[in-house]
Design a protein around this ligand. Structure first.
Ligand code: C5P
Length: 208
């Protein structure tokens, strides 16, 4: 495996933005692993299949094409909610983790972000970051994004969603969201995304 930067954390903590900035800075390919769970959920929804049939979901997961993950389509809110249900099934995770590891081990390195990169997908990664922020601040960011698109949003409903998704992702048996023992904690409620990027860069530069 090349030089992997593993980034984990809850929804809307800023890990995607941080991952993209680091990938651009170091010239590494980036995989948002959340999109692989979202693509699996969308395939099930499109096919009219239930979200809790593990064998069917695992087959869908095995056919997800990492080169064709359309963020614009997959970022819809209901797909995120469905993805978090699908992601609790071990057979789905086996299929997607295998594809994610293949991505991580091709070439000189990669940036992967998700929930279990430092703990399960790439436990040997030389740099592990755990990006978090208070639930209210993460909900506020989501709210501002939606309003900036000219759509209406209900802050309390978004905060409820953020909390429910955190509980599901942290409480599941298989690969729960948690920082790896050797992860560096970056709290973006305190430092903002640019400061988090500078801190992450300093950590990566030490390991290069
Ligand atoms: O990060 P994003 O919101 O796109 O992720 C959608 C869902 O996919 C998460 O709520 C989580 O349940 C699941 N996921 C996961 N492991 C990852 C990435 C995402 O379980 N590595």
């Amino acid at each position: 495996m090349g030089f992997v930067i593993a980034i984990d954390g809850p929804a809307a903590a800023g890990k995607g933005t941080l991952a993209r900035k680091l990938a651009a800075h170091y010239g590494l390919p980036h995989l948002d692993t959340g999109l692989t769970y979202r693509a699996t959920a969308k395939a099930l929804l499109d096919a009219g299949k239930p979200l809790d049939d593990e064998a069917v979901a695992a087959r869908m997961a095995a056919s997800v094409d990492l080169a064709n993950l359309d963020r614009a389509v997959l970022s819809a809110h209901d797909i995120g909610e469905a993805a978090s249900k699908v992601a609790a099934m071990p057979a789905v995770r086996v299929a997607l983790v295998e594809a994610q590891r293949r991505f991580a081990s091709t070439g000189k390195g990669a940036v992967l972000d998700g929930r279990d990169i430092g703990t399960v997908v790439c436990p040997e990664a030389p740099v592990k970051l755990y990006v978090t922020a208070d639930a209210e601040i993460r909900a506020r960011r989501r709210y501002d994004e939606i309003v900036a698109r000219g759509e209406t949003a209900d802050f309390d409903a978004i905060l409820d969603d953020v909390r429910r998704r955190d509980a599901r992702d942290m409480g599941r048996k298989d690969s729960p969201l948690r920082p790896a023992d050797d992860a560096h904690l970056l709290d973006t409620s305190k430092m903002g995304i640019e400061a988090a990027f500078q801190a992450a860069r300093a950590l990566v530069d030490q390991r290069l």
